[in-house]
Every structure is written in structure tokens, then in C-alpha cells.
Design a protein around this ligand. Structure first.
Ligand code: COA
Ligand code: ZN
Length: 321
């Protein structure tokens, strides 16, 4: 039987305005960011990762994080997330009343040093203080494990290292986690095996899978994760995205391609695909470059095209004979 263990409902988290915009060369105007988030808010997405509270020198495109967070129109059915690397970021996020902060640390020490300029122990020490800071607030804490499958500097990552970081996260009071393939190094088998292990060891933990399509395995990896019991995926409109501090990094799995694929196998996402496609088709003009999403270019698989006049004539002739 076809992929028996797939869930019936999949929650989709949109990360284009964070993971996508962070690596864009041209500054995306603040009002455009707000407009995009307001439109995304109406499409049935589970979470929207709005922006990052990071150093504006590290990520210039997200230097308007406060203004964006304070100006969007929030839909109570959507969780608005901001990425946070340190205590200063957590204080900024708290001041904007973010629904959730996404703490980020890499499983690989080399990538954590490159990206956040801290050792993993230094990151964990900050996260511990952030958990205390957040006590009594309405802001939830998710923590990401970047480079969970592979690191551009250290190579493939053993699953035991990921399990170990999850245990450290839970020990300091983190409520949910994201397993991230930051540079698209995961294979479907690796995704299945790690997700299966995580589900067995931490059966009640809320887990998101965050995938990049750097080597063309993104959607296959998503299916591998779903068949191992994952029910929540990050994805990016148009397939934009990538970490500026990881050489060769490219876009996230593409939201509209993901929704299209899941619909094609009758998995419910609750996401408005036609509007998502309209929005993806507007991105090349805004970003001034092509996007990697496929369905925005090809159209839905159920869409048909008109026959050419010569073939219509040929058909008519054949029918006469
Ligand atoms: N928000 C805004 N500014 C911040 C900040 C934050 N969360 N954290 C630090 N800064 C500022 C400091 O105030 C200081 O400013 P100054 O130079 O005007 O005095 C400057 O950044 C350096 O601070 P420091 O604590 O020494 O940071 P650092 O240079 O070691 O860099 C990070 C550490 C985490 C701030 C930086 O590496 C970063 O923002 N990384 C984010 C990377 C990212 O988003 N990657 C993609 C997502 S996975
Ligand atoms: Zn990412």
C-alpha cells in the first residue's frame, strides 16, 4: 500500500519573510514585508516566521524587525514567530509580544561559530537565561537545531549528536524543537531514521522539520519525515531562502510546491494553494531574480492547455475518416 504511515493533516509554517529575505541582496521595503505577511496570514498557514532579532550588521535585510512585528495585522489562528540568537534578541522579541521565539543553535560547533559567533555551550548558557526571562510571558519558546543532518564544515552529522542537543534543550525548559537541514545535505533515509528515532525517544515532543532543497531532495525528504511521524513542516514561498553564513546554502523547500504535492496524495494542509501561487508569481519582480518554485511556473498538475489549431484540424480530419 502507498506510504501507509503518512499523517492525515500536516501543519505548514511559512518562513519566506525570515529565512527567505535574510539572504536577499536588495533591501525588501518594510511596507512590502508587512503587506506580504498580512496576505500570508489569511491562507491557512500554521505559523509565520516573521523576521529575526539579530545583529543588523549580520543580516541587514531584517534591520526593520521591530517595525514589521509592530505593524502586521495578526490573525489569532496564526502563530507569529521571530528568530532569536541571544539574550538581546529575546528582549527585543518580548518587547514586540511575539507569540513564539525560535532560538537558533547549530548541532555543529563550526557552523554555530560561523553563524552566531558562539560555541554551543555559550549558546546554551544564553538559552537558559532566555528561558528564565520568558517565564510568565505569553511568548512560547521553540529551539532549532541547525545543521542536524550535515554541516558544510564538518560533514554529515551523526544522529546521536542531535539527540544529545534535544536532551540539553529539554533540560533547560524549551517547549518544542525544529530539526533543520540548513544546507540541504540530508538524504531521505537519514531523515526517516532521525525523525523515527526522535519520535521514539521523545514521543510527546512537538517537532518541526525544516528542510532546504539545495540538492534536489527537499520534497522527498519531507515525505520521509512525514512517514516517520512528523506532522509539521517549515517551507518558504517561491522556495527562497538560505543561511548567509553557510557556503553554498540555497532555498527552503517551496511552500506552494509542498502544498501541491501533499494535496496530490490527499494530505490535508488547510492552505489556500491558488492564492499562494499568485503570491509566488509576484516574487521575481520584487526580488529581481527568478525563484526556484516549480508549480508557479508549470501550473497545477490538473490544469490543461488549449490544443493548437493545427491539431484541432487534424483531429477533425481524423474524425471524418
Ligand atoms: N540584535 C541586534 N543587535 C545585536 C544583537 C541582537 N540580537 N546581538 C548583538 N547585537 C549587536 C551588539 O549590540 C553590538 O553592537 P555594536 O557593534 O553597535 O556595539 C554588535 O551586535 C556585536 O555584538 P556581539 O554580542 O559582540 O555580537 P557578535 O558580533 O559576536 O555577533 C550575533 C553575534 C549573534 C549578534 C550575530 O552573529 C548575529 O546576529 N547572527 C545572526 C546570524 C543569522 O541570522 N543567521 C541566519 C539565521 S540561521
Ligand atoms: Zn533554513
Amino acid at each position: 500500500m502507498f506510504m501507509q504511515n503518512l499523517p492525515t493533516k500536516v501543519r505548514i509554517n511559512e518562513v519566506a519573510t525570515r529565512d527567505g529575505f535574510q539572504s536577499e541582496a536588495i533591501f525588501i521595503p518594510t511596507d512590502k514585508k508587512i503587506e506580504i505577511i498580512n496576505r500570508l496570514s489569511l491562507l491557512g498557514l500554521n505559523k509565520i516566521e516573521v523576521t529575526s532579532f539579530v545583529s543588523p550588521k549580520a543580516i541587514p535585510n531584517l534591520r526593520d524587525a521591530e517595525e514589521v512585528m509592530n505593524s502586521i495585522t495578526r490573525n489569532p489562528n496564526v502563530t507569529y514567530v521571530t528568530l532569536v540568537p541571544n539574550e538581546k534578541g529575546a528582549e527585543r522579541a518580548l518587547a514586540t509580544n511575539a507569540d513564539e521565539i525560535n532560538l537558533v543553535m547549530s548541532v555543529s560547533e563550526s557552523h554555530n561559530l560561523s553563524n552566531i559567533r558562539m560555541t554551543c555551550d555559550q549558546s546554551l548558557a544564553q538559552f537558559k537565561r532566555i528561558c528564565t526571562l520568558m517565564e510568565g510571558s505569553n511568548t512560547r519558546i521553540n529551539a532549532s537545531l541547525a545543521t542536524s543532518f550535515g554541516c558544510p564544515f564538518e560533514g554529515l552529522i551523526a544522529p546521536e549528536r542531535v539527540i544529545n542537543v534535544i536532551k540539553q534543550y529539554l533540560d533547560i525548559g524549551i517547549q518544542s524543537i525544529s530539526i533543520a537541514d540548513t544546507t540541504g545535505m540530508a538524504s531521505p533515509r537519514q531523515v526517516y531514521e532521525l525523525c523515527d528515532q526522535v519520535r521514539n525517544i521523545f514521543p510527546t515532543l512537538d517537532v518541526t522539520l525544516h528542510l532546504h532543497n539545495t540538492r534536489g531532495m527537499g520534497l522527498t525528504n519531507a515525505l520521509a519525515g512525514l512517514s516517520a511521524g512528523i506532522t509539521q513542516l517549515d517551507a518558504s514561498l517561491g522556495g527562497i531562502g538560505g543561511c548567509p553564513f553557510a557556503p553554498g546554502a540555497t532555498g527552503n523547500i517551496c511552500t506552494e510546491d509542498l502544498v501541491h504535492m501533499l494535496e496530490s496524495i490527499d494530505l490535508d494542509t488547510g492552505v489556500d494553494l491558488p492564492t499562494l501561487l499568485d503570491m509566488a508569481r509576484e516574487l521575481p519582480e520584487l526580488l529581481m531574480h527568478d525563484i526556484s518554485g516549480q508549480v508557479a511556473k508549470a501550473g497545477l498538475r490538473t490544469e490543461t492547455r488549449p490544443l493548437s489549431q493545427s491539431v484541432i484540424d487534424l483531429k477533425a480530419r481524423n474524425e471524418k475518416h
